[in-house]
Design a protein around this ligand. Structure first.
Ligand code: 5RP
Length: 223
């Protein structure tokens, strides 16, 4: 199976976690796009979605799925999203699609995080994928220096020759050279640095279930 087929497989499998009559939390990325396509087949059975990005909102709207403002919803039963890396405890690195801040907000508002990923995303230790960090532009140089002290090399993500601007009007640093052995402590520490909006380690908002697409079908990991 191709990576795209594995993504479609887990996108479809995630439908079993969608609660009829409720609002579902929807993440961002190519795997989630497969889930959104699958969600269209049950759109009459749900109230709608809370979305984690302008890109996912556009896709949901195009398929006729109502999108609620996060502020109008107290709690979601489930949030479904992909990951750039996931470890055996359900800790993740996220933000490859630059949507990490809204993803963390919707995840925090959900009782259950269901991660959908192909098996290439399962790692022993987080950090091989350059860690996305959303930063306020005036703090960029300072945050880059702070990562350098940790042995990390941070680069400002570019789009069309300019720093990428997120849905929240901020920039993204991609930090390579990290070996994140204690994701919870790491997330707590970096989140406190002035100018950091969101660090792409999801340990406080880790996944509860991972639907992993493998050559032998969908493997369910429960954390
Ligand atoms: C977006 C994300 C995505 O969930 C992550 O990048 C995985 O994306 P894909 O499913 O395309 O591999 O965190 O900010």
């Amino acid at each position: 199976m191709t990576q795209d087929e594995l993504k479609a497989l887990v996108g479809q499998a995630a439908l079993q976690y969608v609660v009829p009559g409720e609002i579902v939390g929807v993440g961002t990325g190519s795997t989630v796009n497969k889930f959104i396509e699958a969600l269209a087949s049950v759109k009459d059975q749900i109230k709608g979605a809370v979305s984690s990005s302008e890109a996912s909102t556009a896709r949901l709207h195009a398929l006729g799925i109502r999108v609620f403002d996060c502020n109008d919803v107290t709690e979601l039963s489930v949030y479904i999203d992909g990951a750039d890396e996931i470890d055996a405890q359900g800790h993740m690195v996220k933000g490859g699609g630059a949507a990490l801040t809204r993803e963390k907000i919707v995840a925090a508002q959900s009782r259950q995080f269901v991660c959908i990923a192909d098996e290439s995303k399962l790692v022993k230790t987080l950090g091989a994928f350059p860690l996305p960090v959303e930063v306020i532009p005036m703090a960029t140089a300072r945050v880059i220096r702070q990562f350098a002290v940790m042995g990390g090399v941070a680069k400002i993500r570019q789009k069309d020759g300019h720093p990428l601007v997120t849905d929240n009007g901020q920039h993204i640093l991609d930090v390579s050279g990290l070996h994140i052995t204690d994701p919870l402590a790491f997330e707590t520490q970096v989140s406190q640095w002035p100018g950091v909006v969101t660090v792409g380690v999801f340990a406080h908002q880790k996944s509860h279930v991972c639907l992993l697409g493998t050559e032998n079908g969908v493997k369910t990991l429960v954390f």
